[in-house]
Design a protein around this ligand. Sequence first.
Ligand code: HEC
Length: 469
Amino acid sequence: MSWTLGVGGIGWAVALGWLGMVHATRADEPAPPSPSTTTTTVASLTYANDIAPIVQAKCQTCHRTGGVAPFGLTSFAQVKRWSAMIAEVVEQGRMPPWHANPAYGSFANDRSLTADQKRTLLSWIEQGCAPGDLDQAPPNPVFPGEWSIGTPDLVLTMPEPYKIKANGTMPYQWAAIPTGFTEDRWIESIEVKPGNKAVVHHVLVFVGRPGALRDQGRDPTSRQLGGYVPGDVNIRFPEGVAKKIPAGSTLLLQLHYTPNGKATTDQTSVGLIFAKQPPKYEAKTHGIFQTRFEIPPHASNHEVVKTYRVPADVKLLSLWPHMHLRGKDFRFTFRFPDGREEILLDVPSYDFAWQTVYQLKEPRLIPAGTVIECVAHFDNSENNPANPDPNATVRWGEQTDDEMMIGYLDYLLVRSDDPNPADADANAQVRAELPRNPERRPQIRERLLQRLAEGARRRNAEIPAQSPR
Ligand code: HEC
């Protein structure tokens, strides 16, 4: 399989220029329906009647003042000015950014245009962008102010600003923010607000033990709480669901900075909204990851697989594939105990610049014993325009030039006395580490014991499950 540039070269060059990020469509993707071949009557489409509702619903979350996109699409004049490029990126399926194969799964945060919306938008541009009666256009939606989750109950900010150099790449940085919580707190919504959007590529937030230090971010006992990635800026759990931050915890931030030519600083914040009452369910995050792989130089379709057996009934909330620049595609297949098999997410053309959390339209019951198979492919060839070095042998690592292969799941435990998948797997991983790192044995063993004790304590303390089995 090879990469091809999109049909028009202009959008390509512009996209590259803007963010230094790389976009591509692949030759074997299904072609989007072409507007010129449709037979629908599309007489007299106008901005006021037909286009405003589409850009309001599907573009303005990002294309507005304060949004992640570099220009607004909030008025007739703006949409008209950008119309040629809009036609191009919409036809190619590059905008709105959405990378799931529509054949599998359905997602609450699906950003893509419907076939109808696409046809309407393209036809309106083809017909010359008529304004219609602009006074009759529906008013633009009002987007929340500084925080899209609403005013946080608590904002925790990095204790000091970090210096970002002007050029080159930076290793991932870690920051520790003590919560000061004297009791366990339940979190309903989380939003990470970069202090300096121009240089923050992504932030992952983990809940670390009391007194955790900056460099302990990779401690396997820390749990992921939330994150900031381009396009997905907040987490709001369904009603009755919350995530726990134990008393005394320290938040650990993994920060990926992308220098943009000017030395600057960043001081990122995490906004939290507390649940008004203890939740019925605790939301948890688990990563299915394969750290043992070696991608040979120039390999264009290197496969990496990891399977995981779910130890208890869980309700699945979302799926999130994570790879770096050589990531090509990622698929989650579920093999249920009754023999049925279903693909719940297929991302045929993964894009590092858009690390979307795919939120299931409805939480989905996954019975104990289900085997989840994550299959990823990597393109280390020169045909991958994002590839930093096709001559390199690539292994697991923290840096963007290294690779990762993680399939994250957000889920709820259906019964509180069930084993927790995150515990079960982390323990297995710690155990697997023991023979490989004899010199670290005492440390690893201590951690393992601590972890088992923690799990037992948590399960004993957990609120009784309300859900029928
Ligand atoms: C989730 C955020 C998001 C949404 C939704 C979105 N855009 Fe974009 N758009 C961006 C960003 C960010 C860029 C800057 C280039 C990049 O990173 O891809 C961009 C760039 C563009 C460009 C410039 C061409 C290019 O590739 O850089 C056009 C045209 C565009 N968007 C049109 C649209 C239209 C039309 C819609 C709605 C139908 C839309 N976008 C929805 C985030 C978004």
